[in-house]
Design a binder for this molecule. Structure first.
Ligand SMILES: [Zn+2]
Length: 1109
C-alpha cells in the first residue's frame, strides 16, 4: 500500500496533502515489510526542513516597550508602516485548491444513502459502502475506507522496526508508574511497580527451560488443545434469585387510565385519535386541535398526559433488575483454554449457544407502551460483553472503548437485518487513575499488521504468538521472555503488555529521527472594543498568571502571545529585555513575523516578562475604540509562528471577523430561529478556516477556539479551524464579566482545566480491527491522513471519537474479534509515548444475540454523530427522519425476526428499552430541534459537542438527569474520601415528576438547574438556600451558600460530586417560576409534549404505527 490515498473523509479529497519533507514528522510511507526498512519508519524530517524562516530583521519597526502604552493605547498606538516586497512563501506544501473546494463535511454522506430494500430515503444501511458518486453529494473518499485490516499492513509510523528480536539478553525493561498519575489511590497491581529498575540483570536462561516456571497457574497459554472447542463459551445459568423481570407485573394504573391505554394501544385500532397518518414516516406535528384531558394550562398530549397518577406513582419494583446483566455467562466449570481462543479455531456456534439456551435479561420483552418507569434509579452502566470471564476481566474499560454492539454479527447481511449501527466510541486519552507504563527497547508487534501484542493474542508456545487481528504467527522476541513484573524468565504471557488492555509504552529514543517537540503554547487574544467590553481579557490574564506554573511542560516549554483588532500585535519577550516589547503589524494582507526568534520564548527563561505582560495586558487596550477584527490574518500569523515546532494555539474571539482573509458576514436571520423548517447555514461560509486548519495539521499545530460572544459569530465557519486541526471549541454565549456572572465563573473554571490538563503533541491515532471488519467513517476533531490514520496535532483528555464500521468478510470462523486503538504522541515532557487500548468482543450468528448485546447509549451516541453529518450534508429534517427511522427499523426487525410470540404493544428488548426515549431526546436537543427558538451558533455548537464529547458526557447532554433534592438522605449514600454523597434516584424527565412542594436538580452536563417549587419545603429554603421564604429567593442565584447545616452539606456534597464527574465545570442556576431560564429547564423535559414536539407517549405511538404497517 502506498501513500497515494492521502485523503480525508473530512472532505479533503484526493492527493492534496502529500507528505513532503516539511510536512510532518510522521512518515506516510506505508511499508509492507516494516522490519526490513527501518529507514522508512520514524521521524524523517529534521526540524530545520519544516519551514523556511520568515523574513529576517529589517522588515518591521520595533515600537516602544509595552509600558509606554499603559496609559491607554487605542488609536494612538504606533502602527507599522506598510512594508513592500513579496510576501514570504508559506511554509510547507500548499494544498491544491481542489482539496479545499470540497464542501464539508462529506464523511457521512457515505453512510446515509437510501436503503436499497427500503424506499424511505431517510433510512440507512449501517456500514455498507455507499454507491459511488451519488448525485449532489461528493463521492465517497477512498481514504475513509479500509478494505481489510490485513491488506493494509500500514505500520503505525515511527514505531521501531524491530531489529532486536534475535539480540542477546535484554537490557531489562522497566515499568514505571505514569508520572501524571494523581496522588492518592494505590498503584496498579502492586507487582507492576515492584520490580527492578532498568539495568537489573534478568535471571537468565537457567529458568528458561524449566517447565515449572512456565506459568503453571494459567492454562491459557499452554500449547493449543489438539481438538475440541473449549467449554468455556457455554453459559452458566443466569443468576438465581428473584426472577429478572419476567415476572414483573405491569405497573399499576388507575382503572380508567388503564382502559384508555388499552384502547389506545390496540394495534388494530386504526382509528386511534392519536395515530399518525399512515405512510408518513416523518414525525407529524402534534395534534393541536384537541387540548386533551390534561390539566388546563399544561401542554399535553392526548392519552399520555391524562395518566399522571399511573406514570407518576409507579415505583420501581424493589430489587429491580439491573439494566444489564453483569457477567451472565461466566466460563464453565472446565478450565478455559485460551490458546483455543485463536478466533479462527473456534466454532462460531458456541457463542450463539450461550444466548440461545436461555433468554438473558437484556432480551426480556418490554412493552414500552405499558412500562413507564424505564429509567434505572442510578446511572446506566455499559453492558458487559458476553465473553468468558478470563477474557472479560482483562478487557478494555468501556469508559475508554465501547462498541454499539457488544456482540459482533458474523456477516454484514446479519448486521443489515438488525438495523442497528455498528461502530466504536473512544475516549483514548482519558485521564486514568491507573495506567501501566512500560519502557522497553522492544515493543512487540505483529510483523504483518503491526498490531501491538495484547491480552487477546494467543501463545502457541513459549516462543510464538498468534496475532488476534490478522492471525499471523510471530516469534516472541528474546527480551519479551523476561517478565519484569515477576522478574522471571520464560513468562511472556505474564508480561504487562499481555495482562493489560490499556497500556502505555515509552518509545525508545533511537526510533526517532526528530527529537520530540517541546510543549509550545501560543495565546491569540481579541482586543477589539467589543472584546474589551466583555471583560474577558482580565479573566484570561488572571487565570494564566495563576496557572502558569501548572502548564504541562518542561525546561524546553515555549510560550508566546498575539493580540489583534484591526492590526496584529506581537510581543517580544526575549530574555534580557526589561519589559515586553509590542510589535504591531498593520499589513494584514501580507502577514509576516517581525522578530521570529523572540516571539516564542523559553518559558522558564522569560517567565518574568510573561508575567509582566499578563499584568499589563488588561489595561493596555482598555480605552480602545477599534471595532474591527482581523481574526483570519492573526491565525495566519499564529500558524507561521508555530510552524517550525508545532504546538497549541488558543484563540479567544468575541465577534464576527470583519477584516482580511476569513472575514465573515452575519448569516443568521433571527426571525427564523423558531422555524419548523430546515435550518440553513449549518455549513461554513468560507473554506478559509478549513484550509488553514489543514495547513496547521500538517505542521503539528492545533487551534483551540474560545468563543465569547453576545452575537452571532458564525461558529459553523470558525469552528473549522479547530475541527480539522484536532483542536477544541469552547463557547460562552452572552459572555460578560459583570452581566453574566455564572458564565464568567464557568469560563474561569474551564480555563483552569484547559490550561492544566494533560496534553499530547504531534499525535496520530490508528484504529485496527480483526481481519474482516473495516472502519469507514470517523467522527471527532482530526484530519484523516491515510485510510485509518488520524492526524492529531494535539490530543487532550477530554476529546472523544467515534467510528462506523462494516463487515467486509464473513466472520464465520471466528468466535471473537478485537479492536485496537494506538495513540502515538509526544508528552509535554518531550517523551514519545504510545497508548494502546485493545477491546475483544464475541462474534454471534443470530439476530437475538445481536440484540442482546446492543449498547443503547453507544448506539445513541453514534447516531448523534451520524445525524450531525447528515444535517450538514443533506438537511436537518433528513437527519431527524433518519434518527426516527433508526428506532422504527430496529424495533421492527426485533419484532419480526427475533420475537417468536407475537403480542400487541410496542415491544423492545430490555437492553433497547431506552432507545426511543434517547432518540426523542435527540430530536428535542438544541442541535436537532425545530420549532423552538434556537440561535444558530447554539445549534452549531451543540452539533460540535455531539461529535466531540466522550460518550459519558454526551449522554447527559442528550438526556439530562433529574433528581429530587429537597429530601436528600444518607440512605444508600456513597462514601467518597470521607464525604457522604447522597444518591437520589434519577427521575423521568416530565413535569409530572415535579411537585410544588419539592426542589429538583437537573444536570444537563454543562449546566445544572435547581428548580424550586412555589411551596417548597421551608426547611430546604432556610437550611440549603439560606432564604426565609420562596419569595425571598433572589433571581439569578448561581451558588449554593455554604451553610453549617446537615441539609446544606448534603446538597453541596451531591452537587460537588456531580461536578467532579466531568472535566469542565457546569454552572448552577436556581430557577423560580418567573425565572428567565425556566424555559430552558422545561425544554429539557423530554417526555412532555411541547407546542412543536411530541410527548414520549405520542412518539411511541408513532413508532408503533410505523412498525405495524
Ligand atoms: Zn497481525
Amino acid at each position: 500500500m502506498s501513500n497515494a490515498g492521502f485523503s480525508s473523509q473530512n472532505g479533503a479529497g484526493g492527493q492534496a496533502y502529500v507528505n513532503g519533507p516539511s510536512q510532518s514528522p510522521f512518515p506516510m510511507q506505508q511499508v509492507s515489510q516494516g522490519y526490513s526498512t527501518p529507514g522508512q519508519l520514524g521521524y524523517h524530517n529534521p526540524v530545520p526542513a519544516k519551514a523556511p524562516m520568515p523574513p529576517g530583521p529589517g522588515l518591521y519597526n520595533a515600537v516602544p516597550p509595552v509600558s509606554s502604552y499603559q496609559s491607554g493605547p487605542g488609536p494612538h498606538m504606533p502602527v507599522r508602516p506598510q512594508m513592500g516586497g513579496p510576501p514570504p512563501m508559506p511554509p510547507g506544501p500548499m494544498p491544491p485548491t481542489s482539496q479545499n473546494s470540497v464542501p464539508l463535511p462529506t464523511a457521512s454522506t457515505n453512510n446515509y444513502y437510501p436503503n436499497a430494500q427500503n424506499p424511505s430515503p431517510s433510512s440507512w444501511n449501517y456500514g455498507v459502502r455507499p454507491p459511488m458518486g451519488v448525485a449532489g453529494t461528493p463521492p465517497p473518499q477512498p481514504g475513509n475506507h479500509v478494505t481489510s485490516t490485513s491488506s493494509s499492513p500500514s505500520p503505525v509510523p515511527n514505531l521501531p522496526p524491530s531489529q532486536g528480536f534475535s539480540a542477546g539478553p535484554p537490557p531489562g525493561p522497566t515499568l514505571t508508574p505514569d508520572a501524571s498519575r494523581p496522588p492518592g489511590p494505590p498503584l496498579p497491581p502492586a507487582s507492576l511497580n515492584s520490580w527492578a529498575p532498568p539495568g537489573s540483570v534478568p535471571p537468565l536462561p537457567m529458568n528458561a527451560m524449566t517447565p515449572q516456571t512456565y506459568q503453571p497457574g494459567r492454562p491459557a497459554y499452554g500449547p493449543p488443545p489438539t481438538a475440541g472447542p473449549p467449554p468455556a463459551m457455554r453459559p452458566t445459568p443466569p443468576p438465581t434469585g428473584p426472577p429478572l423481570g419476567t415476572a414483573t407485573p405491569p405497573p399499576p394504573m388507575a382503572p380508567q387510565h388503564e382502559a384508555g391505554m388499552r384502547q389506545t394501544h390496540a394495534p388494530t385500532n386504526s382509528q386511534d385519535p392519536n395515530s399518525f397518518e399512515a405512510g408518513d414516516r416523518t414525525i407529524p406535528d402534534p395534534p393541536s386541535s384537541q387540548p386533551g384531558p390534561g390539566p388546563a394550562g399544561r401542554p399535553m398530549g392526548l392519552a399520555y398526559p391524562s395518566l399522571p397518577p399511573g406514570y407518576q406513582n409507579m415505583a420501581q419494583p424493589p430489587n429491580a433488575p439491573p439494566m444489564h446483566p453483569t457477567q451472565p455467562y461466566s466460563s464453565g466449570p472446565a478450565a478455559y483454554q485460551q490458546p483455543s481462543m485463536g478466533p479462527a479455531q473456534l466454532s462460531p456456534s458456541m457463542a450463539a449457544m450461550s444466548l440461545q439456551s436461555q433468554t438473558p435479561d437484556a432480551l426480556r420483552v418490554v412493552n414500552l407502551l405499558q412500562e413507564r418507569n424505564l429509567l434505572p434509579p442510578t446511572a446506566i452502566e455499559a453492558p458487559t460483553p458476553c465473553l468468558p470471564q478470563d477474557l472479560q476481566k482483562v478487557n478494555c474499560s468501556p469508559e475508554v472503548f465501547r462498541s454499539t454492539l457488544t456482540s459482533i454479527p458474523q456477516t454484514q447481511a446479519l448486521l443489515n437485518k438488525a438495523k442497528l449501527p455498528l461502530g466504536l466510541l473512544l475516549h483514548p486519552f482519558k485521564d486514568l487513575s491507573q495506567l501501566p507504563v512500560v519502557t522497553s527497547s522492544t515493543i512487540v508487534r505483529c510483523r504483518s499488521c503491526r498490531t501491538y501484542i495484547n491480552p487477546f493474542v494467543s501463545f502457541l508456545d513459549q516462543r510464538r504468538w498468534k496475532c488476534n487481528l490478522c492471525y499471523r504467527v510471530n516469534d516472541v522476541p528474546e527480551e519479551f521472555m523476561y517478565n519484569p513484573v515477576s522478574r522471571c524468565y520464560g513468562e511472556p504471557h505474564k508480561r504487562p503488555e499481555v495482562q493489560n488492555a490499556t497500556i502505555e509504552f515509552i518509545a525508545p529514543s533511537e526510533y526517532m529521527l526528530r527529537p520530540p517537540q517541546p510543549a509550545v503554547y501560543l495565546f491569540v487574544l481579541d482586543v477589539s472594543h467589543n472584546a474589551v467590553q466583555t471583560g474577558y481579557i482580565d479573566v484570561v490574564c488572571q487565570s494564566l498568571l495563576e496557572n502558569l506554573n501548572l502548564l504541562p511542560g518542561d525546561t524546553r516549554t515555549k510560550i508566546g502571545f498575539i493580540t489583534f483588532d484591526s492590526t496584529i500585535h506581537f510581543y517580544n519577550l526575549q530574555e534580557g529585555l526589561s519589559q515586553p516589547q509590542m510589535l504591531i503589524v498593520s499589513d494584514i494582507e501580507d502577514i509576516f513575523l517581525p522578530t521570529p526568534d523572540s516571539l516564542l520564548v523559553n518559558f522558564n527563561e522569560c517567565k518574568e516578562l510573561v508575567q509582566d505582560l499578563l499584568k499589563s495586558l488588561p489595561q493596555m487596550f482598555s480605552k480602545t475604540m477599534e471595532t474591527q477584527s482581523a481574526l483570519g490574518p492573526s491565525l495566519q500569523a499564529a500558524f507561521k509562528l508555530l510552524s517550525p515546532t508545532g504546538g497549541r494555539v488558543s484563540v479567544f474571539q468575541t465577534q464576527l471577523p470583519t477584516l482580511g482573509v476569513g472575514a465573515l458576514k452575519s448569516r443568521e436571520d433571527p426571525n427564523q430561529r423558531a422555524s419548523a423548517k430546515d435550518i440553513p447555514h449549518l455549513s461554513p461560509a468560507t473554506d478559509f478556516y478549513k484550509k488553514l486548519a489543514l495547513d496547521c495539521s500538517g505542521q503539528q499545530v492545533a487551534v483551540d477556539l474560545f468563543m465569547l460572544s453576545s452575537q452571532y459569530c458564525d461558529l459553523a465557519s470558525l469552528g473549522c479551524i479547530s475541527r480539522y486541526s484536532a483542536g477544541s471549541v469552547h463557547y460562552y454565549p452572552s459572555y460578560h464579566n459583570q452581566h453574566n456572572p455564572a458564565q464568567t465563573e464557568r469560563f474561569q473554571k474551564d480555563l483552569k482545566r484547559y490550561l492544566t490538563r494533560k496534553i499530547g503533541f504531534e499525535a496520530v491515532m490508528r484504529i485496527r480491527c480483526t481481519k474482516g471488519l473495516s472502519i469507514h467513517t470517523f467522527h471527532g476533531n482530526f484530519f484523516v491522513r491515510s485510510t485509518d490514520l488520524l492526524s492529531l496535532p494535539n490530543v487532550n483528555p477530554d476529546a472523544g471519537f467515534a467510528v462506523q464500521m462494516s463487515i467486509e468478510e464473513n466472520l464465520v470462523d471466528m468466535q471473537v474479534v478485537s479492536f485496537q486503538a494506538a495513540l502515538l504522541y509526544t508528552s509535554s515532557k518531550g517523551e514519545r509515548r504510545i497508548r494502546v487500548h485493545t477491546m475483544c468482543l464475541p462474534v454471534v450468528n443470530s439476530l437475538s444475540d445481536i440484540f442482546a448485546g446492543a449498547d443503547v447509549q453507544a448506539i445513541t451516541g453514534l447516531l448523534a454523530s451520524m445525524a450531525v453529518d447528515r444535517s450538514v450534508t443533506a438537511s436537518l429534517s433528513d437527519a431527524r427522519d433518519a434518527m426516527t427511522n433508526a428506532v422504527i427499523d430496529s424495533l421492527a426487525s426485533y419484532r419480526t425476526a427475533v420475537l417468536t410470540i407475537q403480542q400487541p404493544g410496542l415491544l423492545s428488548p430490555t437492553c433497547l428499552r431506552l432507545f426511543p426515549l434517547y432518540i426523542l431526546a435527540l430530536l428535542k436537543q438544541i442541535a436537532f430541534r425545530t420549532g423552538t427558538s434556537t440561535r444558530l451558533d447554539d445549534r452549531v455548537f451543540a452539533m460540535c459537542q455531539l461529535k466531540y464529547q466522550p460518550l459519558a458526557y454526551l449522554m447527559l447532554m442528550i438526556h439530562p438527569a433529574l433528581y429530587r433534592v429537597d429530601d436528600l438522605t444518607d440512605e444508600g449514600a456513597l462514601n467518597v474520601s470521607d464525604r457522604t454523597i447522597p444518591q437520589p434516584r434519577v427521575l423521568q424527565l416530565s413535569v409530572e415528576k415535579l411537585s410544588r412542594e419539592g426542589a429538583f436538580l437537573m444536570d444537563t452536563g454543562s449546566v445544572m438547574y435547581l428548580w424550586v417549587g412555589r411551596n417548597c419545603n421551608p426547611q430546604f429554603l432556610t437550611q440549603v438556600l439560606g432564604v426565609p421564604s420562596y419569595a425571598a429567593l433572589p433571581q439569578n442565584m448561581t451558588q449554593l451558600p455554604e451553610l453549617d447545616t446537615a441539609e446544606s452539606t448534603r446538597t453541596r456534597a451531591f452537587v460537588g460530586w456531580l461536578r467532579e464527574q466531568r472535566p469542565f465545570y457546569p454552572t448552577l442556576h436556581v430557577i423560580k417560576d418567573d425565572s428567565q431560564l425556566k424555559a430552558n429547564f422545561m425544554q429539557s423535559m423530554v417526555e412532555d409534549r411541547t407546542e412543536s414536539a411530541l410527548s414520549y407517549y405520542e412518539f411511541l405511538l408513532h413508532v408503533q404505527q410505523q412498525i405495524s404497517k
